[in-house]
Design a protein around this ligand. Structure first.
Ligand code: C5P
Length: 231
């Protein structure tokens, strides 16, 4: 059964707590990203955990293996459930991240790898020296590389999840943002899918922000998405 993660794209801890409380029981998982974490730090993670929710801390680490290992350990101590790293951080960095996560046992953080940011196109890849592969080929190659080296799963677009879920081993986590309920505003997302499509294609977790946070009735919006997911 796929899980819904609401992206807490707000500026302050107070606002974050208010949103989590307002949405209440239907949603048990929240994403804290760079904007909120840089503003409020670990306190906001603790606040969301104290409300009994799971936390996806999306800081996309890319550093030397020792630093990433220690940062994952810090996340584990906070009780974080999912954390992101960049797959281009290479083998030792991915393996170190996984080793640190495993110290916390089966309920420790799961490591998700970012393959190619969806904001990058072929020209951007060439600018950083990746030539001879389309973005889709690079996504597939990095997805295999990251999961073979210890990543529990991947962050991917709903347009990629079908091919990835067929190619990778059972049990791999697929976290897809860019999800919009049927008929909802797309915002700045370019390649969107409905919750039902994403789940059908193999997504294990759907990340949804504005369609819930900006809704007049966030609880109803969350319930509608959960229904579309078949949850
Ligand atoms: O509001 P919306 O549903 O578009 O929010 C999606 C969330 O997922 C945002 O926090 C955004 O930064 C994140 N995200 C994304 N696309 C990616 C990676 C992350 O939309 N490729």
């Amino acid at each position: 059964m796929a899980e819904l993660i609401v992206a807490l794209d707000v500026q302050t801890r107070e606002e974050a707590v208010e949103k989590v409380k307002a949405i209440g029981d239907p949603v048990g998982f929240y994403k804290i990203g760079l904007e909120l974490f840089t503003a409020e730090g670990p306190d906001v993670v603790k606040a969301v955990k104290d409300l009994g929710k799971k936390v996806f801390l999306d800081l996309k680490f890319h550093d030397i293996p020792r630093t990433v290992e220690r940062a994952i350990r810090s996340g584990g101590k906070l009780g974080v459930d999912l954390m992101t790293i960049h797959s281009v951080g290479a083998k030792a960095m991915i393996q170190s991240a996984r080793m640190a996560a495993d110290e916390f046992g089966p309920n420790g953080p799961k490591i998700l790898a970012v393959t190619v940011l969806t904001s990058l196109d072929q020209t951007d890849l060439a600018d950083v020296g990746i030539v001879g592969r389309t973005p889709a080929e690079q996504v597939m190659a990095m997805a295999k590389f990251a999961t073979e080296n210890g990543a529990h799963g991947l962050v991917c677009s709903p347009k990629e999840v079908g091919a990835l879920s067929k190619a990778l081993k059972a049990g791999t986590l697929f976290i897809t943002p860019g999800v919009r309920p049927a008929g909802a505003a797309v915002g700045d997302q370019k390649r969107v899918a409905t919750p039902a499509d994403a789940v059908r294609d193999g997504a294990t977790h759907l990340v949804v922000g504005r369609p819930i946070l900006a809704a007049e009735d966030p609880v109803a919006a969350a319930r509608q998405i959960l229904a579309e997911m078949g949850s």
